[in-house]
Design a protein around this ligand. Structure first.
Ligand SMILES: Cc1ncc(COP(=O)(O)O)c(C=O)c1O
Length: 537
């Protein structure tokens, strides 16, 4: 058979996962082995398509759906989580049926699901905007702060007809974009244009939109960190592109080396891949590092020289826990280097789901798109308009997180206390968990400088690796399964994020409330000792 370009490209995508692939999760491997389908490439149709002779065959089967959908995986809501949900139900139906009495979810960055309280000011404004009829009532003055009432009026005045139940402009309500642009300007010290801002239902749809714009075929590559947040691998797979991996250096605290970027770019080019963009997640998920400003300058320079779009995932911009590191947006860094719109194409993603606000369910976010010509922006607008608009509460919240109460506002002191309370607690939780991991035999854990995760490395004994192979599981998934069944703790195996070949990790969020952390540490420690005693070489 002719060795197709498609085949070579797919091989490149598999680079990052090549080692893990040997250890496919059991259900996936069962699917692959039981399905008589031959895929020639990621975009080709299956052989099963052409043999539709039976009238009884269902209109859609795993053999006939879009193969890009099959290829797409999203580990943070994967098999381990499904098992956790089953165990939780069993515990409810039959208390005492497992050696633990609750499931401790450390798998996903969803702070309010674990008890984090929303910021009062944000919710007051949202409530008032959603039910403007109460704004004029005398009781409202007693229930809501004066600045929340004032802000709600300001926002409603920016919405045509004050109709929060109406579709908005497809980029988002102009007045809210003005507020966000002013917030970006205050953060960076450089101007921001409201017309560059596209409000979205969280950062995820914005990332999909950019992938849709960038990826024409599997010959188009996107440089992505490994380990990465699987939104990127999933979105690239769904849009039929090629993930070009660059490895973060665990030994230097998940450092991003320009030499590694260059090497991977050249390798991809030699395989006929046209690399179009570089993804940087800062602060990092799942790795928790905060990129140093000098490093950011090198990245900007690299993108400029190579003509790459810089996709800057900055959703954790408020989540920095160490005094020696600070968040700098890529927009600020590039402008501080003297680079403007003509020099670098840059997209910055922000979300209401993270930070100290953690409003994941409200689905708010935006992307700031700079360095693209007017006709490209029009195309982005056209794609945005296919979805009509993002939800209005999410839009309002995005404006609030970029313009929270200021010194002198009635809510300021309580707002500051809530914000600082959450962030300092997250910092303590990160440190306690980091220390606990580093105390375990065979585990090393880099500092969580930011974001909401730790990504410890586990040096698994050969005996454990063999036991995992015997049940066709990735060794880190094997460990996480065992941990869940024994303790109720839910971690995500590192293989879901990609990792350097031959290394094994898992991701643990720092989000369980502080009173749960001692139980997590003690159950984990007991389990780990038992696991090592069983499998130590
Ligand atoms: C790095 C990163 N980017 C984007 C997202 C998407 O967030 P949302 O769609 O909720 O804004 C997440 C969610 O966990 C994330 O960790």
């Amino acid at each position: 058979m002719r060795k197709s370009v498609a085949g070579k490209l797919r091989k490149a995508l598999e680079l990052s996962f090549q080692h893990n692939r040997r250890f496919l999760s059991s259900s996936h491997s069962r699917f692959l082995s039981s399905t008589p389908v031959v895929f020639d490439s990621a975009t080709s149709t299956s052989m099963a398509d052409s043999s539709s002779s039976s009238h009884a065959s269902p209109p859609l089967s795993l053999q006939t759906i879009n193969p890009k959908v099959l290829k797409c995986e999203y580990a943070v809501r994967g098999e381990i989580v499904t098992l956790a949900q089953r165990l939780q139900q069993e515990l409810q139906e039959k208390p005492g049926s497992h050696p633990f009495d609750e499931i401790l979810y450390c798998n996903i960055g969803n702070p309010q699901s674990l008890g984090q309280q929303p910021i009062t000011f944000f919710r007051e404004v949202l409530a008032l905007c959603d039910h403007p009829a109460i704004l004029d009532k005398s009781e409202t003055q007693g229930l809501f702060s004066a600045d929340a009432i004032e802000r709600a009026w300001q926002i409603l005045d920016q919405i045509p007809g004050r109709a929060t139940g109406a579709y908005s402009h497809s980029q988002g309500i102009k007045g809210l974009r003005d507020t966000i642009a002013a917030g970006i300007e205050a953060r960076d010290g450089y101007p921001a244009n409201p017309n560059d801002i596209f409000l979205t239902d969280g950062a995820s749809p914005a990332v999909h939109m950019m992938m849709q714009l960038l990826i024409r075929s599997e010959k188009d590559g996107i440089l992505c960190p490994i380990p990465q947040y699987p939104l990127y691998s999933a979105s690239i797979a769904l849009h039929g592109g090629t993930l070009v991996p660059y490895y973060l250096d665990e030994a230097s605290g998940w450092g991003l080396e320009i030499l590694e970027l260059k090497k991977q770019l050249e390798e991809a080019k030699s395989k006929g891949i046209s690399v179009r963009a570089l993804v940087v997640i800062n602060p990092g998920n799942p790795t928790g590092q905060v990129v140093a400003e000098g490093n950011q300058r090198d990245i900007v320079e690299f993108c400029k020289q190579e003509g790459l779009v810089l996709l800057a995932d900055e959703v954790y911009q408020e989540n920095v826990y160490v005094p020696e590191k600070e968040f700098h947006s890529f927009k600020k860094v590039s402008r501080s280097m003297g680079y403007g719109e003509d020099d670098i194409a840059l997209v910055s993603f922000q979300s209401v789901s993270k930070g100290y606000y953690g409003e994941c369910g409200k689905r708010g976010g935006y992307m700031e798109v700079t360095g693209f010509s007017a006709d490209i922006r029009e195309q982005i607008y056209k794609v945005a308009s296919v979805n009509l608009c993002s939800n209005i509460s999410g839009q309002i919240l995005a404006s609030l997180v970029m313009s929270p109460p200021k010194v002198g506002d009635e809510s300021y002191e309580s707002y500051r206390a809530e914000r600082d309370g959450i962030l300092s607690s997250l910092a303590r939780r990160a440190k306690t968990l980091e220390d606990a991991f580093n105390n375990l035999e065979g585990i090393t854990c880099n500092k969580a400088e930011g974001a909401m995760y730790l990504f410890p490395r586990i040096n698994l004994p050969q005996k454990a690796i063999k036991a995992a192979e015997a049940v066709k599981e990735a060794p880190d998934a094997f460990y996480c399964h065992r941990l869940l069944n024994a303790t109720g703790i839910v971690f995500v195996p590192g293989s879901g994020f990609g990792q350097a070949p031959g290394t094994w990790h898992f991701r643990c969020t720092i989000l369980p409330q502080e009173d749960k952390i001692p139980a997590i540490v003690s159950r984990l420690t007991d389990f780990h000792k038992g696991f090592m005693d069983e499998f130590r070489d």
